[in-house]
Ligand binder design. Sequence first.
Ligand SMILES: Cc1cc2nc3c(=O)[nH]c(=O)nc-3n(C[C@H](O)[C@H](O)[C@H](O)COP(=O)(O)OP(=O)(O)OC[C@H]3O[C@@H](n4cnc5c(N)ncnc54)[C@H](O)[C@@H]3O)c2cc1C
Length: 382
Amino acid sequence: MPDRSFLAWPFFTPAHRELADALETWCADNCADRYAEELDTECRALVRELGAAGFLKLCVADGDSRPDVRSLALARETLAYNSALADFAFAMQGLGSGAISLFGTVEQKREWLPRVASGQAIAAFAMTEPECGSDAANIQTSAMRDGNEWVIVGEKTYISNGGIADFYLTFARTGEGEGSRGLSAFIVPAELVTVEERIDVIAPHPLARLKYDNVRIPADAIVGEAGEGFRIGMETLNLFRVTVGAAALGFARRALDEALSYAKNRRLGSGTLADNAVTQEKLADMALAVDASALLIYRAAWQQDEGGVDNRRAAAMAKLHATESAQAVIDSAVQMHGGAGVTRGVKVESLYRDIRALRIYEGASEVQRQIIARDLLKGAST
Ligand SMILES: Cc1cc2nc3c(=O)[nH]c(=O)nc-3n(C[C@H](O)[C@H](O)[C@H](O)COP(=O)(O)OP(=O)(O)OC[C@H]3O[C@@H](n4cnc5c(N)ncnc54)[C@H](O)[C@@H]3O)c2cc1C
């Protein structure tokens, strides 16, 4: 049972605490002993089950109100603690439909959000390209207007849910201005897009390279105004940035619990590993890292929900600290497990792989540092 004392912090309302309980119960009933034998089938099933349980409603706008970031973060922390794949299935429904929630028309929201929330439609966010990742302003995929249609040509890569999605929220160049000023966002039904290659990564989930070969979509498939795509992409990423940290926190908390349990049970000399001072020092550092991440995450999430402050620096700090420190916490847990720590089937081994990509996607750690530093410098006196 994870430490849940943080739920008493003032960032939360009673509704958040009830949600945390419901998530915990759902995970206990649905995540234990779940193996991803067939990844696509498993992910589709998880999306449907999370939808049926009502949790995917958290991922989408409710009328004009934006998703509640504290609820998203609680969900991701709890799901990640129990199952990386369940967290992935949940998170992508939010990221993939986020632009529609934040900037979609009433019709777009009506068409897509209920299906995303029920798990009937699987969402994907298609920004990265073979020649452009961190530097999203350089997107080369183009969308040209042809009468009542847009024609999209280009390639996207490392697209999560690639191959199983029902639509790809796609960013393409429409040319209203240079660089970031000439991008737009579109809802592209998956059947129009070619999956060129499935990509196998260290912690597998559906991931693909996609080709847009003169894909024709109606004029009203654009989200927001032409030329607003970069802002739409960045605001969507900013909404979910804290929640990447929350997933990392779930992994780290699980690693700490695995380490505690292992240290208490593993014989070492006349006692156990837990009796050893070096082990205790490690455990203390792990607990400190976990608590610091939780404070940063729930502070940033609370700021985002309450509004009135620009929380970009806080969100970047939360993502940066939680993902980087989770890697260190998990590494300590692996080390403490000795040979068992690198053995397939042992939880800390999969956590070691699960955490890695979070330091790269949705803004690599270096990019988060840049966001923080620029914000600091903006406010600094000369
Ligand atoms: C598992 C996984 C899932 C993904 N899912 C999606 C998805 O669903 N949709 C999507 O659009 N993309 C997705 N991506 C792509 C991801 O967002 C990119 O990998 C990420 O933006 C980095 O881009 P890149 O790989 O091209 O690396 P590059 O941009 O080439 O950067 C390489 C490295 O350079 C460093 N770097 C980059 N910028 C700076 C800087 N400004 N200052 C200093 N150093 C810097 C960082 O260490 C970075 O890791 C996913 C990636 C992975 C691994």
